[in-house]
Design a protein around this ligand. Sequence first.
Ligand SMILES: [Zn+2]
Length: 152
Amino acid sequence: MFTENKTLPISAIGQGVVIDHITVGQALTIIKLLKLSSPDHPIMLGLNLPSVSMGAKDLIKLEEHTLSDKEYDKIAVLSPNATINIIDDFKIIEKMKLELPDKIADITPCSNSRCVTNYEKVKSLFVINKRGPLAIQLRCYYCRKQLTQISP
Ligand SMILES: [Zn+2]
C-alpha cells in the first residue's frame, strides 16, 4: 500500500509521469506547450513547493500518460533542472535527469519569417547558446536568430 512520501506532496498517481524540480513559474508553460489539456489525462499541479536543492520548485503529475523524446527536449529547454519519474503501480520505476543535447531539432518554428526553415522543407534546428541553472538560450542553426519563445 502507498504510504505518504515527503517528496510527493500532492496525491500519488498509479501510473504515469511526474515531472519534478521544474523551475518555479514554468509548470503552466510546460502544460500549455505540451498541449496537456485533454480531459482523458488528469493533471496534478504543484506550484512553488519547498525544495531542498532549489528553494522552491514546480511539479506536474500526469496520470496515465507517457511523453515523447521531443516533449522531454521541450521540458529541458524550459527547465534544465527538471527530473522525470516514471510511475507504475504507485511506485517510481524509472527516475531520470533530463539531458539537453547540443542541438535540438524541430521543437518549435524559428521566429525569423525569412529563415530557410520557414519557407523550405527544412526542419528547424537550434543550438544551445548559453546554459544556466534556470534557463538556457537557443539560437537557430541556420539564421542565428535567438529563440525567444517556444510555440506549441
Ligand atoms: Zn532561423
